[in-house]
Design a binder for this molecule. Structure first.
Ligand code: ZN
Length: 488
């Protein structure tokens, strides 16, 4: 459905997908359109029962055949005034021209060189941290005794590196941001190609070792989150994921405490199991399509899977599948950080150094959880950010517009600033064009912003800490996001 119009006349909805979700979606779409379509009669016909929702963007879309005219028939609220006379096609054409410019082969070499620089910074942070744990006491630079050898400086360096490996190196490489530069005639020529990077256990350990399984991340993030941004099917839709807390009876101070607690553990508690759930769901759909069967051990449906839901399923229902898969996914990172590193510490300086490595590793993990929570969870939340009740097709004008009004940027510019923001300060540009290099985002951002200003498209860019306030308020139910279909 082309959500831009906000106007519905007689039409027919074509839905691809054969899951229960599809049925829910049609029901939801019917409800939505009945409301928006006011007194007009709307005829629906759900057609097609094949094609997995996540298998490809093209077959997921709900198309509405019928007359539509931008803005007609919809009463905009004060927040939606900018939509009244928007030249969407003109705006999108200018955006596509910018994309084309920065995707040109002349940038390839510099793009990869820049990526390697960022990776070097990450490596320096990580190994610098490890050296600091062992080396600082040798130089007489001891931390207070009650820390038992835990080194917050080293932990911060390691935390920054872990974050960088995920948000900058892993994230952009897995989106294919360097594919064109790392291949010739379809042949992969470099390590930073999405078909090679972090694939298999060895490469996972050397390229991007984290709580999450890179293949699961690919399904959850690159496909579901990016192509269903802000929709109910977006696994990262904070307002929906936090519904229970937002609408429950928990006292406000307890809600804040829960959000703070989540920030300390969210990568392994929420992200890893939930990405796995989406990977298994995809396998299940693909098997069904091929006439076979594959079981998804994560049984939380459209609600997020967490370590808690996996433990509950095991304890209450005797279903250990989700817990087993989660622990299997955790193993490489957990064994390295909390067993191998202390063992190395033991070899260097006995029991005391082993404890120092262990405690520093734990602190680094807590820190990197907080760091990534601040820069990631804030990307698409706030009372000035839109969510969507309808779907759209990738790379349409509407898709580009949603990327902008469904995302927030932070302070941009300068490698050091961007590094500490994990390049998530370019979320608007990244969601418009997910498969571009970090350097491209950095260079195109001022131009994207200027074009938005020219056409009157809201472009949210604020300090990451201001956005953190927005995130927390939405999570606890103090603020509510804009809804596109409501004329916001
Ligand atoms: Zn992304």
């Amino acid at each position: 459905m082309q959500a831009y119009a906000g106007k519905v006349t007689a039409g027919k909805i074509i839905v691809a997908g054969n899951t229960a979700k599809t049925t829910r979606r049609v029901a939801r779409a019917q409800k939505t359109v009945q409301v928006r379509g006011s007194a007009r009669s709307v005829r629906f016909e759900a057609v097609a029962a094949r094609g997995a929702r996540a298998a490809g963007a093209g077959n997921r879309a709900i198309a509405l055949n019928g007359e539509e005219a931008p803005g007609m028939g919809m009463t905009f609220k004060e927040t939606g005034k900018w939509r009244e006379n928007l030249d969407l096609a003109g705006w999108a054409a200018e955006m596509r021209a910018i994309e084309k410019e920065y995707k040109a082969p002349e940038h390839f070499e510099a793009d990869v060189k820049h990526l390697k620089k960022i990776l070097t910074w990450a490596n320096l942070c990580y190994f610098g941290g490890l050296v600091a744990v062992a080396g600082m006491p040798m130089l007489g630079l001891n931390m207070p005794g009650w820390l038992n050898g835990m080194n917050p400086i080293a932990a911060f360096l390691m935390s920054t590196a872990i974050c960088a490996r995920w948000t900058m190196v892993g994230h952009h490489t897995c989106h294919g941001g360097y594919n064109a530069a790392q291949s010739t005639n379809g042949e992969v020529t470099g390590r930073f190609h999405r078909r090679k990077f972090a694939r298999g256990l060895w490469r996972r350990c050397t390229d991007w070792m984290d709580w999450m399984l890179p293949e699961a991340w690919d399904v959850e993030h690159n496909h579901l989150h990016h192509y269903q941004l802000g929709e109910d099917a977006d696994p990262d839709l904070v307002e929906r994921n936090m519904k229970e807390l937002r609408e429950g009876n928990t006292p406000m101070f307890m809600r804040y405490a829960q959000v703070a607690g989540l920030a300390l553990v969210w990568k392994w508690f929420y992200y890893a199991p939930n990405t796995l759930k989406e990977l298994f769901a995809r396998k299940e759909r693909e098997a069904a399509k091929a006439g076979g069967e594959a079981k998804n051990p994560f049984r939380t449906g459209h609600l997020p899977s967490t370590v808690l839901t996996a433990v509950q399923d095991a304890a209450s229902n005797g279903q250990f599948g989700a817990l087993f898969e989660t622990l299997k996914c955790f193993a490489p990172y957990a064994l390295w950080s909390f067993a191998a590193l202390p063992a190395i510490g033991f070899a260097i300086g006995g029991q005391q150094m082993a404890l120092a490595f262990f405690l520093t590793s734990v602190l680094a993990d807590v820190m990197t959880n907080i760091h990534s929570f601040i820069i990631i969870a804030t990307n698409h939340v706030g009372d000035d950010i839109y969510r969507f009740e309808t779907e759209t097709k990738p790379r349409t004008d509407d898709f580009y517009l949603r990327a902008v009004i469904g995302s927030a940027n932070f302070k941009t510019g300068g490698d050091a600033n961007d590094f500490m923001h994990g390049w998530l300060n370019y979320q608007i540009e990244h969601h418009m064009f997910p498969d571009m290099s970090m350097r491209a985002y950095q260079n195109m951002q001022p131009r994207v912003k200027a074009v938005c200003e020219k056409y009157g498209v809201p472009y949210v860019q604020e300090s990451v800490f201001t956005r953190l306030g927005q995130l927390v308020d939405v999570m606890v139910g103090k603020r509510t996001m804009l809804v596109w279909e409501n004329g916001d």
